[in-house]
Design a protein around this ligand. Structure first.
Ligand code: NOJ
Length: 558
């Protein structure tokens, strides 16, 4: 297997709006990030991913770009960005930016022109379609953030396509000029000295141009089948590779909703000349009702492990994987996959061990390194995400009750992971001197960076140790992965192994104490890291698991 820096790097993702405010307007910004750069470097991570920082009216917090070559005013200026680049370089940190190639803002110059008339030179930058003969939208698709994916324009009497909000019109990738615009933008930022891109909803850039309606027969709750993985997708990505990606030593990570490991190989296979990496949604959908985004369902550890194992196959097939458990689109990981009450600390450490021992590039979402949790909000008015409000309308239309919706939000809303970083127990958790754009999680008084720095056994210190263990052991990066107990409902036990070393990763994903016997363990088994102190001896082959106990064990050859 070929070694690459983007396989070995560890990514730290920041939602800039919520990381650190420097000017008291209640919104995180670039100067805020600069002021926290030593903290970021102290984690041991090597690459920073910033959610979109481009000029935007913020209908979807930056995922609606009105100028791809300028910085969002809320976040600062291009000078601030240049300074950030300098400060990152001083610390040997790389940075990837979040590019949104599938749609722009309706306030982008291209769209404003496109709307003007049917013969405007920018008309074909977007998908415009005539109404059906009865005046209905061209298809009956439901948008993520709106009742329909089509919005009617009185001026020209046509509908335009928007898979997300009506302020996020889809760019028409069939038009070579659109593709060239995006490649030029990529060159612009690479020329500034960044190291790559995260590419938003990449499978959506090629559509099925027959625009089929959804019917009872062809719909399984997933609109992806209509508007993802279209016929020209790989042609477009190969072109992007040829025009941009192949010209730099860079990293790309595609967001890949709805893809299988086999499909992922088409994006990231070594010989495909497309992307470096992509991340999938299988474990993100595990507790979701496919017909109701805000409905959630229970899942089993067995299902979770199966997904991890299925996706590890991507590496055997000649691709590379990503390891993540959450980001700005999902709830906090310790609340979702761990226990955010009695065993918050233990569970957060266990999830860290899981991430750092996977065969794939690991992603840490800001705040997870101190065990930030979902919010306990009881009022809709606390939420800020446009998806919540559209979801609420859809829920009511289906006859759902407000209290059920509110209850589900606590488990599913994206805002759970968008509350400000908790730096200390002072005003607004040290995030801002002004009124934060979204409330802090009230637990900031206890759960914060300052407390974590001061406590020897904190989640934060555990992250630092685990990160350095991964960086120091190529076996944990490239070694083979094997799930040893796929049918155990509580334990996730797997090995990472190469010609030089064997590691055993033992994770108790439950609130119970469990005794486990393994014939892999012997006199030469050393516990490298554990979240219950180092009192465990495993040389007898027996592990007495405490709740959410995790152990990283190195087994030396005889
Ligand atoms: C995926 C992004 O991660 C999400 O935050 C955004 O709302 C949609 N794409 C639309 O751009």
């Amino acid at each position: 297997m070929k070694r690459h820096w983007w396989k070995e790097t560890i990514v730290y993702q920041i939602y800039p709006r919520s990381f650190q405010d420097s000017n008291g307007d209640g919104i995180g910004d670039l100067r805020g990030i600069i002021s926290r750069i030593d903290y970021i470097a102290s984690l041991g991570i090597e690459t920073l991913w910033l959610c979109p920082i481009f000029k935007s009216p913020n209908d979807d917090n930056g995922y609606d770009v009105s100028d791809y070559r300028d910085i969002m005013e809320d976040f600062g200026s291009m000078e601030d960005f240049d300074e950030l680049l300098i400060e990152l370089k001083k610390r040997n940190l790389k940075i990837i930016l979040d590019l949104v190639p599938n749609h722009s803002s309706d306030e982008h110059f291209w769209f404003k022109e496109s709307k003007k008339s049917k013969d405007n030179p920018y008309r074909d930058y977007y998908y415009w379609k005539k109404p059906k003969s009865n005046g209905d939208p061209p298809t009956n698709w439901i948008s993520y953030f709106a009742p329909s994916t089509w919005e009617f324009d009185d001026n020209t009497g046509e509908y335009y396509l928007h898979l997300f909000s009506k302020k996020q019109p889809d760019l028409n990738w069939e038009n070579p000029k659109v593709r060239q615009e995006i490649y030029d933008i990529m060159h612009f930022w690479m020329g500034k000295g960044i190291h790559g891109f995260r590419l938003d909803v990449l499978p959506f850039i090629s559509k099925d141009l027959s625009f089929p309606d959804k019917t009872e027969d062809n719909f399984d709750g997933n609109f992806g089948r209509f508007y993802a993985n279209g016929p020209r997708l790989h042609e477009f990505i190969q072109e992007m590779n040829n025009e941009v990606i192949s010209k730099y030593d860079m990293m790309t990570v595609g967001e890949g909703p709805g893809i299988t490991p086999e499909q992922a190989l088409d994006y990231v296979g070594e010989n495909r000349k497309e992307l470096h990496t992509i991340y999938h949604f299988d474990h993100m959908d595990i507790d979701r009702d496919p017909y109701d985004y805000y409905g959630y369902k229970k899942y089993s550890l067995i299902e979770f492990k199966q997904i991890v194992t299925d996706w590890d196959r991507l590496v055997d097939m000649g691709g590379w994987n990503t390891a993540f458990l959450g980001n700005h689109d999902f709830p906090r990981i310790v609340s979702r996959f761990g226990n955010d009450k009695t065993y918050r600390k233990q569970a957060a450490k266990l999830l860290c061990m899981f991430l750092m021992t996977q065969r794939g590039t690991p992603y840490i979402y800001f705040g997870d390194e101190i065990g930030m949790t979902n919010v306990p909000w009881e009022e809709l008015g606390k939420y800020r995400d446009l998806w919540v409000f559209d979801g609420f309308e859809k829920h009511l239309k289906k006859g759902g009750k407000k209290e059920d919706f509110l209850k589900n939000l606590k488990h599913t809303s994206r805002d759970n992971a968008r509350t400000p970083m908790q730096w200390n127990n002072k005003k607004n958790g040290g995030f801002s001197e002004g009124v934060p754009w979204i409330d802090l999680n009230p637990n900031y008084e206890n759960v914060n960076v300052e407390n974590a720095e001061n406590a020897k056994d904190s989640i934060l210190h555990f992250y630092r140790k685990m990160i350095s263990v991964r960086k120091g052991n190529k076996t944990l990066i490239y070694g083979n992965y094997l799930d040893l107990e796929p049918l155990d409902e509580n334990l996730f036990i797997y090995s990472r192994k190469d010609d030089s070393h064997t590691f055993l990763i033992c994770l108790n994903f439950s609130d119970h104490c469990i005794t486990y016997q393994s014939d892999m363990l012997n006199q030469r088994s050393d516990v490298i890291l554990c979240n219950y102190g180092m009192r465990n001896s495993v040389s007898t082959g027996k592990i007495e698991f405490e709740p959410w106990h995790c152990l990283l064990i190195k087994i030396s050859r005889s």
